[in-house]
Design a protein. Structure first.
Length: 382
């Protein structure tokens, strides 16, 4: 008596390989897979929107862990107890940050107050607008007088200045709170990082730990490597721009240097965003020809970044396509503002690694290479 065909054999008879039905089913599976991924992405966005207020503290804590853990791990490898090494490294970091804030904050606050207070009259200090208003050309003269009239009409009142100062003070206080609480959370994570990692790995079944550990090491390498490299590059760019602007006599040079350095944290768009305030202040306070000097200073800083620093310190940290970088930055800015921009690229790098090493091979049915480069190298510190 012939045994009944199995379900798989029956499906093979109904949908033979290479037939049109098999192709239709394959495309259907692919379409539903993307539908499921889209719904999962929407659900994740909804969840992230709920925790938007907590996200800055998490980012600061993550920065503390990824920036300081290499030094902590280096001391621990030399026989220093983990707790003592964490306290020592974190204490040195706190002292350095406090000294930097003590030196920079008063100057930045003074320059910001001066800029806000004098902004309605900056156009009368010999800048481009003042030159246009005194031009003999009727068209240029009309343009300059129109801009000056608009500035006079929209000059801030005393109440508006008080409101602006109050809002700036509240934002500064919130930033200080984020640094304080986020830094303390990072300190706690540094203390318990080895035990937390072992506990997270211990939850997994023993059969998959060998495949997951290299992937986690690679995710730490991507995240920590990018954050440390990006912050270093932006610090150097801001320092070069600040020294150059101070040397050529640019007003508000420190404030503009901080803007240039912070804007450089944004991939692709940062160099343009950082140059806009420099252009506006130069046009409002200096003769037109000074604009070329100011832009040359900013351009030199970004040339050092693009041709010297980034190829060295950012090499192979994420390996993302420029379109993916732009989309990740826009999505991060929309969800979490500046903190989302800072976290967008390492998160996108980790997501790309998971897709390439896990999801796509599983969907294609081929062998999954989960070791990657992390298997051939010693596990880097976070």
């Amino acid at each position: 008596m012939t045994e009944p065909a199995s379900l798989r054999e029956q499906l093979e008879l109904l949908v033979p390989p290479g037939g049109r039905a098999r192709r239709v089913i394959g495309w259907g599976v692919i379409c539903w897979t993307f539908v499921g991924l889209g719904l999962l992405a929407l659900a994740m966005i909804a969840v992230l929107a709920r925790i938007a207020e907590v996200f800055p503290y998490v980012v600061v804590a993550g920065l503390a862990v990824f920036l300081l853990n290499p030094a902590v791990a280096a001391l621990a490898s030399r026989g220093v107890p983990r707790g003592v090494a964490t306290v020592a490294v974190f204490g040195v970091a706190v002292v350095l940050v406090a000294v930097a804030l003590e030196l920079l904050v008063p100057v930045v606050v003074h320059q910001t107050q001066d800029l806000v207070r004098s902004s309605p009259t900056l156009v009368r200090h010999g800048g481009l607008v003042d030159r246009l208003a005194r031009s003999s050309s009727p068209l240029l003269h009309r343009l300059g007088t129109t801009v000056k009239a608009w500035v006079d009409a929209h000059a801030g009142t005393a109440g508006a200045e008080v409101d602006t100062a109050l809002r700036a003070g509240l934002r500064l206080a919130h930033a200080g709170l984020v640094l304080l609480l986020g830094g303390f959370l990072g300190f706690l994570l540094l203390l318990s990082l080895p035990s937390t990692s072992r506990a997270a790995i211990g939850i997994l079944p023993p059969t998959v730990r060998g495949a997951v550990e290299p992937s986690l090491a690679e995710a730490r390498r991507i995240t920590g490597g990018y954050l440390r490299a990006r912050l270093l590059v932006s610090f150097v760019v801001g320092t070069i721009a600040g020294l150059g602007l101070w040397a050529v006599g640019m007003p508000y040079w420190l404030l503009l240097a901080i803007v240039v350095g912070v804007a450089n944290l944004i991939p692709m768009l940062g160099s343009w965003l950082g140059a806009i305030p420099v252009i506006l202040v130069s046009l409002a306070t200096k003769p037109p020809e000074f604009l070329f000097v100011a832009l040359a200073v900013v351009a030199i800083a970004h040339v050092v970044d693009g041709y010297v620093l980034s190829p060295i310190v950012l090499k192979e940290t994420t390996n993302l396509h420029p379109v993916v970088v732009l989309l990740a930055v826009l999505a991060g800015a929309e969800l979490f503002g500046f903190w989302g921009v800072l976290a967008a690229i390492p998160v996108a790098g980790v997501v790309q690694y998971v897709l390439v090493e896990w999801v796509l091979p599983a969907l294609g049915g081929g062998p999954v290479s989960r070791a990657g480069s992390a298997a051939s190298e010693p596990e880097p510190s976070a």
